[in-house]
Design a protein around this ligand. Structure first.
Ligand code: SF4
Length: 588
């Protein structure tokens, strides 16, 4: 067990609240009135409602935001996976003084519940026992509804990936329809997209100061307002309206590409008109290194809340001893949600902060000596910076069609850090389990050498996604020759190190623009290598992504028509080309 204090609900008095109303950091955030009483809290300031179980680990957004708010003087409670037939579960800790934050959890609830062929999933890694069924479809809408029933007129803020990706008009694969902003459907007061620490803090401060919840000064927010209230001289991007997108599928592509730029530039406001109203999107303002360090220094137990009485939560077991080194990914892959969620700018923690976390893991009584991962969205982008001005950048990716000369990352600094983590007393192994960008890795053979020798636990995850260059271009991925160069080098370095290790390639079938011939090409390539890939994902257009716009509009980002396998039958056919002699077993 981790090192728990005698009273597992006792506050940690070592955490200062920086001159704000003093609130001690609890050992875990409360989920019941009894815990509030033990903390001496009469009422909550903020209630967080989540579709995931409450795991007190920095990889879980609810724990992260909850503790961030407490650090800044707010009393926060969590209702995790409430029953949704009535508001009863939300009433347990009483009406919060300021607001409720609602999230579907770490995944969009429709993605969590259905496979690429719209079949119901039976497992859920974010739920005790790993069983599906603990959260509703379209969880943000349902939870916002029961919050309204429980606490009429309480301000509601949506956050998390489901809200983030669905912040403007978007394509919904599961109903094969366009849907308007989730903010309107949920009838919530504001939505925070991306990583919401700054936004939720600004919202809480505004309410505490008697101001309206939403406003142009809340970073990374979407709310219904007036463009006339934006700061004078502010840059404003006019996105295609909901009605424009309904009338012309190509406008979905225009809106998506503009959103990618909006997130990346982080300087402008965006306005999206819908049904006579204006949805205002404020620029995001990601945390800086110092703030990330402060956030990750908070004493997370890294365990499910005691409420679960030791029941296993698969996701918690998977990430318990992993370290998140940075946020953001310069890749801008067209199918990936990161481009419109965290964005392309990399925000890294300092080496000292990462080492401190490693030391605290080594002291954990459950720790057996292995750090399962030091990484982020892409493991080898830690410390990456743009040496130019990202706000003026017009590219959609820092790595495609080639690595931008302004994208600066020092792979040996990262290797140096990994070695330092490994040298911490009590740590025997450090693994890099997050995927790496192979094109970036090829820039320095010493990185691959060190990775192979010291940080690959037998298998290295890579996401070439395909080998047909036409498809790779649409994905914004490096060409097949780059992947082959990496494989050659990887194998050579493994042989030199006397290690038998493997690359696990992640592949996507039926991507927009991909034809049966492209799938044959991939199947033949795999056969030549003698590979039977296990990680094959049939393409799913995730809301808000450029690939979803390709799928819906049948065009590439430049507006050129592309073939799209749209029916499940056509998608399955393509998928089976890869599965070869195993038809009838669609996976993932
Ligand atoms: S200039 Fe280059 S490195 Fe900088 S943001 Fe643009 S693509 Fe990325």
């Amino acid at each position: 067990m981790p090192s728990l204090p005698k009273n597992p609900l006792a506050p940690d008095r070592s955490v200062a609240s920086h001159g704000r109303p003093a609130v001690d950091m609890p050992h875990v955030l409360p989920m019941s009135r009894r815990e509030m009483d033990r903390l001496g809290w009469q009422e909550l300031d903020v209630l967080l409602v989540s579709g995931d179980a409450y795991v007190d680990h920095p990889s879980f957004g609810t724990a992260l935001l909850g503790r961030w708010l407490v650090l800044h003087g707010y009393r926060v409670g969590i209702v995790a996976q409430p029953r949704w037939a009535s508001p009863q579960d939300l009433l347990a800790m009483g009406r919060p003084r300021l607001m409720a934050g609602v999230t579907a959890g770490a995944l969009d609830s429709m993605l969590a519940h259905y496979t690429a062929f719209r079949k119901k999933r039976h497992d859920d890694a974010y739920t005790p026992g790993g069983r599906a069924g603990a959260r509703p479809n379209r969880a943000c809408l349902v939870y916002a509804g029961i919050v309204k029933q429980a606490f009429p007129r309480l301000p509601i803020v949506l956050g998390g990936i489901e809200a983030s990706l669905r912040r403007i008009t978007h394509y919904d694969f599961w109903t094969d329809k366009l849907r308007r902003s989730i903010l309107l459907d949920a009838k919530a007061d504001m939505l925070l997209y991306g990583m919401a620490e700054r936004g939720i803090l600004a919202a809480a401060q505004r309410l505490r100061d008697g101001l309206a919840l939403a406003g142009p000064s809340v970073p990374g927010a979407a709310y219904i307002g007036s463009p006339d209230d934006l700061p004078p001289g502010a840059e404003v991007i006019e996105l295609p309206s909901h009605e424009d997108i309904l009338a012309d599928p190509r406008k979905l592509m225009a809106a998506t590409l503009a959103m990618e730029q909006h997130v990346h530039h982080a300087t402008a406001y965006a306005v999206h008109r819908v049904e006579g109203r204006s949805l205002i999107l404020t620029p995001p303002r990601p945390l800086a290194t110092r703030e990330l360090d402060q956030l990750y220094a908070l004493r997370f137990t890294r365990e499910p809340h005691p409420f679960y009485e030791g029941r296993k939560i698969p996701a918690a077991d998977m990430i318990r001893f992993s370290i998140n080194s940075h946020r953001g990914c310069g890749g801008g892959c067209s199918f990936c949600t990161l481009a419109v969620h965290q964005g392309r700018r990399i925000r890294s923690r300092s080496p000292a902060s990462i080492l401190k976390e490693a030391e605290s893991l080594a002291r954990n009584r459950r720790f057996t000596g292995s750090i399962s991962d030091v990484g982020g969205p892409t493991a080898n982008m830690w410390g990456g910076v743009c040496s130019d001005d990202p706000a003026r950048c017009r590219r959609a990716s820092c790595l495609f069609p080639g690595i931008c000369p302004h994208f600066v990352v020092d792979p040996m600094r990262l290797i140096g850090l990994l070695h330092k983590v490994r040298a911490v007393k009590g740590i025997k192994h450090v693994r890099v389990a997050s995927g790496i960008r192979h094109d970036l890795a090829l820039k320095d053979v010493r990185y691959i050498r060190a990775l192979v020798r010291d940080f690959v636990g037998g298998q290295l995850k890579l996401a070439p996604e395909h080998v047909a260059d036409q498809v790779l271009r649409l994905m914004r991925k490096p060409g097949s020759k780059v992947f082959e160069r990496f494989l050659d080098l990887f194998e050579k370095e493994c042989a030199a190190a006397g290690k038998q290790q493997f690359v696990v390639p992640y592949l996507i079938s039926a991507f927009p623009g991909c034809t049966p011939q492209h799938m044959q090409q991939l199947a033949q390539w795999l056969a030549r290598r003698g590979w039977r890939p296990e990680q094959v994902q049939c393409f799913m257009p995730l809301p808000g992504t450029t690939a979803a716009a390709m799928y819906y509009a049948g065009i590439d980002p430049a507006g050129k028509p592309i073939p799209v396998a749209r029916t499940d039958a056509d998608r399955l056919k393509m998928h089976h080309i890869l599965l070869g002699d195993r038809p009838g077993r669609p996976r993932r």
